[in-house]
Design a protein around this ligand. Structure first.
Ligand code: ADP
Ligand code: ADP
Length: 242
């Protein structure tokens, strides 16, 4: 097993009208390639901020983020942009992150074009890749020209996953990816994510307030409380009877 991510003494403080908020307060952990780290804790404990700080969507206040041994906090904008491909995020509400004016295929094309994986003139290549990605996430080819509002929450989340897959990342931060979905659809999306991990070797940081969601999915589980890590243990161990 090789280490993919090492987080050392990571802090993210926010200046608020009420003073400095220690949203993430000295968190350290490592994640191995191909594994899932569940990040759990009640609402407001800093899970989302931690996930975003690791991706530098929120600039960390201090600490280290080593990805494949490299200190990405030292990367300049250009290097970080290239790095983005390797570290993707899936949000709770795909509606909020999908462009309502873009069809399923256009959403996928955009991802492929932004990272210059295809030339805009290669219409045939783009179309073929989009259909391939749709197939990987269980979206029927007939949905290729539909818009997000025409689809249910589960299918919208599948588009979000397809867009992330298009970039062939190494690590995916999953920020409450099933929390906005009907319970009946949650299991389908979780199964899809597990299946994709088995096939593609993704490493997941899986953020959720719902322990039952990550219980079966995680290798290790990190428990947060008020910005701090209060426990980190193998999932099996956390659920052992005393
Ligand atoms: P969780 O994901 O566990 O629900 P968050 O990471 O969203 O928790 O939030 C942790 C704390 O940081 C909360 O008190 C939240 O209000 C605060 N917070 C999050 N983002 C910001 C921000 N951009 N500015 C100020 N405070 C923030
Ligand atoms: P950073 O500079 O670390 O990247 P952001 O740019 O993400 O931080 O923060 C943008 C702004 O969003 C914050 O300054 C804050 O005013 C606002 N904000 C976002 N989420 C929250 C929250 N939960 N509570 C208070 N303010 C928030």
């Amino acid at each position: 097993k090789t280490e993919l991510l090492r987080v050392e003494h990571l802090k993210k403080y926010f200046n608020t009208p009420f003073g400095v908020l220690h949203a993430v307060d000295d968190v350290s952990f490592t994640v191995m390639k191909g594994e899932t780290l569940g990040i759990v804790g009640e609402s407001g404990c800093g899970k989302s901020t931690l996930g975003r700080a690791i991706l530098r969507l929120h600039e960390p206040t201090s600490g280290k983020v080593l990805f494949e041994g490299e200190d990405i906090l030292a990367y300049d904008k250009k290097k970080m942009k290239a790095m983005r491909r390797d570290m993707q995020i899936i949000f709770q509400d795909p509606f909020a992150s999908l462009n309502p004016r873009m069809t399923v295929s256009e959403t996928i094309y955009e991802a492929l074009l932004i990272q210059k994986l295809y030339s805009p003139r290669d219409k045939e290549g783009l179309r073929k890749r989009a259909l391939e990605l749709m197939d990987m996430v269980g979206l029927a080819p007939r949905l290729v020209n539909t818009y997000p509002h025409e689809l249910d929450g589960g299918r919208r989340q599948r588009i979000g996953i397809a867009r992330v897959l298009a970039l062939d990342p190494k690590m995916i931060v999953c920020d409450e990816p099933v929390s906005a979905l009907d319970v009946s659809i949650q299991a389908q999306i979780l199964n899809l994510m597990q299946d994709l991990q088995d096939r593609m070797g993704f490493t997941y940081l899986f953020i959720t307030h719902d322990l039952s969601v990550v219980k079966h999915l995680s290798d290790d589980i990190l428990v947060m409380y008020l910005g701090q890590m209060v426990e980190k243990a193998p999932a099996g161990k956390l659920f052992e009877k005393p």
